[in-house]
Design a protein around this ligand. Structure first.
Ligand SMILES: *[C@@H]1O[C@H](CO)[C@@H](O)[C@H](O)[C@H]1NC(C)=O
Ligand SMILES: *[C@@H]1O[C@H](CO)[C@@H](O)[C@H](O)[C@H]1NC(C)=O
Ligand SMILES: *[C@@H]1O[C@H](CO)[C@@H](O)[C@H](O)[C@H]1NC(C)=O
Length: 300
């Protein structure tokens, strides 16, 4: 029997007040193989509508302080819209950019901060709005990571990978993950970020090209946002950047929920106030607390 897809349209208008709009890594998009690092898979964030939470992990907060110094407020119990797992995943994926733009601390800082804001900002709802959710089989990143590390220890010891038998994963749960978001960012901010990276060279070619998809001299905020949000294949979800919304404003956000045969749609009203994150220019030296980036600046 052939079940045609159908669309249920529900229009719900209510004020969206929770500060975080997604939380934690809860479903792997690509399959995970036995003994494979969970960082190799793309993890999607769970639907969440609630308050920011403390990470409750000192080791991870040390990672956070290095990764996102502009968001770190000095308190290891500060509440964030990202979980320990998201900080681990972000640290891992951002470190790949260090080889490319790490020679320019301001460019590298601005790049990290761009992702930190979207992922962890405690007022995430002000500039990040999910527009598409997908029903997916959920998975527990902490558990997978723990099992992976345990297996690695065992295999390091025996030096024989086959001897490790991973326990069968328990019954599967389904949940909504975020598959597309709107990100309201200031065009000027992206312009500054691009400027700070424009002259960075990697083996003589433009480092920025990899982030913008076009040669550095042609990179505009729109092009950068398009490439970063919709073309970079490492992203676990799509990001629609909206750069021309600069004032605080209540907007109607149209959302879609996708289940196998079904799409449900609704609309929420959200008060949007794009952030203007801190940034540094290429010729600026800067420091945060005990982290000093000033001494090794060379952007050309
Ligand atoms: C995920 O796994 C961790 C570690 O195994 C466990 O402490 C935690 O309760 C699990 N979370 C959920 C939601 O099952
Ligand atoms: C921003 O641009 C979009 C698409 O080009 C347009 O639909 C929207 O009305 C613009 N918003 C503002 C605030 O100018
Ligand atoms: C950095 O460069 C900008 C122009 O790109 C200039 O206006 C500014 O004064 C410079 N700052 C320093 C500290 O040299």
């Amino acid at each position: 029997m052939n079940y045609p897809s159908f669309v249920v349209l529900i229009v719900l208008i209510y004020k969206c007040q929770s500060k975080c709009v997604m939380y934690d890594a809860c479903a792997n998009l690509s399959p995970l193989y036995k003994g494979q690092s969970p960082f190799k898979a793309k993890w999607q964030n769970c639907e969440y509508s609630g308050e920011p939470q403390p990470v409750h992990n000192q080791h991870v907060m040390r990672m956070f302080k290095k990764l996102c110094p502009s968001l770190y407020n000095g308190d290891d119990n500060q509440a964030l819209c990202c979980s320990a797992n998201q900080i681990r995943i972000l640290t891992k994926s951002i470190s790949e950019a260090e080889a490319i733009i790490g020679s320019c601390p301001s460019c590298y800082f601005n790049f990290r901060n761009f992702w930190c804001q979207i992922t962890c900002h405690p007022d995430q709802h002000r500039f990040v709005q999910p527009i598409e959710y997908q029903l997916a089989e959920t998975n527990n990143f902490s558990h997978v990571l723990h099992e992976y590390e345990k297996a690695k220890q065992i295999t390091d010891f025996y030096d024989d990978f086959e001897e490790y038998e991973q326990e069968e994963t328990e019954s599967k749960h389904m949940g909504y993950v975020v598959s597309k978001i709107n990100v309201y960012m200031n065009r000027e901010y992206l312009g500054r970020l691009i400027e700070s990276c424009r002259d960075v060279k990697l083996y003589g070619s433009d480092a920025l090209q990899g982030f913008c998809g076009v040669p550095a001299h042609m990179c505009t905020p729109e092009q950068y946002a398009h490439h970063m949000g919709l073309e970079v294949e490492q992203n676990p979800f799509k990001m629609n950047f909206i750069l021309n919304q600069t004032e605080q404003k209540t907007l109607s956000i149209h959302r879609t929920r996708i289940e196998q045969q079904q799409q449900k749609e609704d609309t929420v009203d959200a008060l949007i106030q794009p952030v203007m994150p801190q940034y540094f220019m290429c010729n600026q030296s800067f420091q945060f607390g005990d982290l000093d980036y000033g001494s090794r600046c060379s952007c050309k």
